[in-house]
Structure formats: structure tokens, C-alpha cells
Ligand binder design. Structure first.
Ligand SMILES: CC(C)(COP(=O)(O)OP(=O)(O)OC[C@H]1O[C@@H](n2cnc3c(N)ncnc32)[C@H](O)[C@@H]1OP(=O)(O)O)[C@@H](O)C(=O)NCCC(=O)NCCS
Length: 176
């Protein structure tokens, strides 16, 4: 586990799978993600086996603290060791949104990626309609890198997928 300002990022255990599935299947979550796919219990178990294997660089962690055993999830993939780059994402359970957990999760993730994984660039992708996330990422020091134009079809419209990143020196300058 990794702890930063009382927020904990820990490994996924079997007992988390139903909560993860519920979070992923909630319309307020999946409408903000790249792909539309609903997950049944069996698919969730198979997915759990897959992410535990070495064949993928996709990692999932659970966010928790002393009061809440499941605040949301953290995901990372596209780890590029040569260029020291990683993609990250965070989803918070609907009932705990707007309480500062997303902001604290990003502070924790930046520390983990830059000060422990020794990354140079941390990036993410966000739909143009996800105003809360866009504002959060900007406040956390992420800068817009570019746009995948009309890349995601959602609710009858093609949406831009915005790529944002923060670099190591920007993270260190902000902390001083
Ligand atoms: C995006 C998400 C991770 C943010 O997490 P969160 O815990 O709600 O974030 P916070 O409580 O730290 O709030 C972040 C900022 O957004 C603002 N905010 C939160 N909810 C808001 C809302 N419904 N409307 C307007 N602003 C809102 C907060 O005021 C805060 O801004 P501030 O720091 O200026 O006060 C969370 O909303 C979520 O999981 N959404 C669904 C899935 C998703 O979009 N995932 C990301 C895909 S790229």
C-alpha cells in the first residue's frame, strides 16, 4: 500500500470486485470513460485474473482511508520505462464525489509516479464533456497536450478526447 496525507492506495482484493463493478457500471462513471461495456460478475472475476497476470501493464488500486474502505479506484497503464511515461486515471464512487477525494487522489498519484516510480511524464485522457475532471486536472497542474478529434462516440455525438500531462519538473516546481 501507499499512503499520502491519510489517503491510502492499496492492492485490489477479491472482496473489492463487486464494488469495482458497481462503480464501473454506474452511468455517471461509464459515460465519462472511453468505452461502453457493462460488466457481469463472471466477467469481473475473469478480468481480475487477467490484471494479476504479467501479460498486461494495466494496474488497478483501491483508494481508502480510516473512515472509508472503498473510496474509488486508481488505474494506470501504458507504462513506458525508456521514456519514463505513464497514463493514469481515477474514479470515485458517486456518493463520495465532491468531497475532495479526487484532488487528494491526484496528489497521491503524482507523488507515487514521480517520487517512487521515477516517471518523467504522467498523462491522462479526458472527454471534452467531463467539466469536473477537466477543472480538477488543470488545478492539479496538468496541461493540455493535444486532442484526439471526434474520437469517442457518446450520446449520439462524436466527442473530442483531450490529452493532458504533467512533467517531473512541473511537479517539483509546484511542490517547492
Ligand atoms: C472526476 C472525479 C474523479 C473527481 O473526483 P471528486 O472526488 O469528485 O473531486 P473533488 O471532490 O476533489 O473535486 C474536484 C474539483 O471539482 C469540483 N467539483 C466536484 N464535483 C463537482 C460538481 N458536481 N460540479 C462542479 N464542480 C465540482 C470541486 O469543487 C473541486 O474543485 P475545487 O478544488 O476548485 O474546489 C469524480 O467526479 C469521478 O469519479 N467522476 C466519474 C468518473 C470520471 O469522470 N472519471 C475520470 C475520467 S477522465
Amino acid at each position: 500500500m501507499f499512503k499520502h496525507s491519510d489517503l491510502i492506495m492499496r492492492t485490489v482484493e477479491e472482496g473489492d470486485l463487486e464494488k469495482m463493478r458497481k462503480l464501473r457500471n454506474d452511468p455517471s462513471t461509464w459515460t465519462m470513460l472511453e468505452h461502453v461495456n457493462f460488466i457481469d460478475a463472471e466477467a469481473q472475476r475473469q478480468w481480475f485474473q487477467k490484471i494479476r497476470s504479467a501479460s498486461t501493464d494495466r494496474r488497478y488500486y483501491i483508494l481508502c482511508d480510516d473512515q472509508n474502505d472503498f473510496i474509488g479506484i486508481v488505474r494506470s497503464d501504458q507504462i513506458d520505462q525508456a521514456n519514463r511515461s505513464i497514463r493514469i486515471g481515477v474514479d470515485i464512487v458517486p456518493e463520495l464525489r465532491g468531497k475532495g477525494f479526487g484532488s487528494r487522489a491526484f496528489q497521491l498519484l503524482k507523488k507515487f509516479c514521480f517520487d517512487y516510480l521515477n516517471m518523467h511524464r504522467v498523462w491522462l485522457a479526458v472527454l471534452e464533456t467531463n467539466k469536473v475532471a477537466l477543472a480538477l486536472y488543470k488545478k492539479q497542474g496538468f496541461k493540455k497536450e493535444g486532442i484526439y478529434r471526434s474520437a469517442v462516440f457518446r450520446d449520439g455525438k462524436y466527442l473530442d478526447y483531450i490529452i493532458m500531462s504533467i512533467l517531473e519538473d512541473e511537479y517539483r516546481a509546484k511542490r517547492l
